[in-house]
Design a protein around this ligand. Structure first.
Ligand SMILES: Cc1cc2nc3c(=O)[nH]c(=O)nc-3n(C[C@H](O)[C@H](O)[C@H](O)COP(=O)(O)O)c2cc1C
Length: 202
């Protein structure tokens, strides 16, 4: 998966003490390098990896999977979300990243509340359904859920952890948005998590 680099403009500035050129590094079969830079660039951000290269490398990071959800006058709405993490302990903050066009995230911005259901290993079908083009109402007809006691947002039955959050902040970031929530209720259920690695459920 190597990539041709384009020509650089004359005023392209490289540090006097450039870092190692990763593209020239010896590459074993199990070691792939995707670098858009020839050294430490001072005045221009290098192109970086292509989208496919970027996805490939990100796939090396094993994560859990969540269903992020909320509830408005039309009923529950939720989506599968891998880009979820903790932010702060005091106050308790978490974040998830969603595509700018995400209907679920847009609804969360309107309601001001969201829930996070951390999926168990037995819930792969749930992740697939909530991550597909299935309509918002059909996503919830196939699963058991209860309204969260603090916010009313849907908590999926059988998940290994639940959080209920109030929207704390939201920031644009490329083709996604970062949604930060303050946790107002949390519960855990001992079970094996559903994990995701290199585009596969593991
Ligand atoms: C395993 C998996 C992980 C996903 N992770 C994310 C994610 O982190 N952020 C995101 O915006 N979409 C993610 N998606 C895609 C959304 O779940 C999918 O686009 C969904 O249809 C969005 O629904 P919505 O339009 O109701 O928001 C993921 C899908 C799958 C199958």
């Amino acid at each position: 998966m190597s990539r041709q680099r384009g020509s650089q403009p004359d005023d392209f500035c490289v540090s006097a003490a450039p870092g190692p050129n990763l593209n020239d590094a010896p590459q074993a079969n199990n070691h792939r390098v995707f670098s858009g830079a020839d050294g430490v660039l001072l005045d221009q951000i290098p192109a970086g990896p292509t989208a496919d290269e970027f996805k490939f490398v990100l796939g090396q990071f094993l994560t859990g999977l969540t269903i992020v959800a909320t509830h408005d006058r039309s009923g529950p709405i939720g989506m599968t979300c891998q880009a979820f993490t903790a932010v702060s302990l005091s106050p308790p903050l978490v974040l998830f990243c969603a595509r700018t066009q995400s209907e679920t995230a847009r609804t969360i911005a309107q309601t001001g509340f969201f829930s996070v259901s951390m999926l168990g290993k037995h819930q792969q079908a749930v992740a697939e359904r909530f991550g597909s083009s299935t309509s918002r109402s059909d996503r919830f007809t196939s699963v058991d859920w209860v309204p969260g006691p603090a916010t009313g947002c849907p908590l999926l039955t059988g998940a290994i952890g639940h959080l209920e959050c109030i929207v704390h902040a939201s920031h644009p970031a490329g083709d996604h948005r970062i949604h930060i929530g303050q946790v107002v209720a949390a519960s855990a259920h001992t079970a094996t998590p559903l994990t995701y690695f290199q585009g596969r459920y593991t």
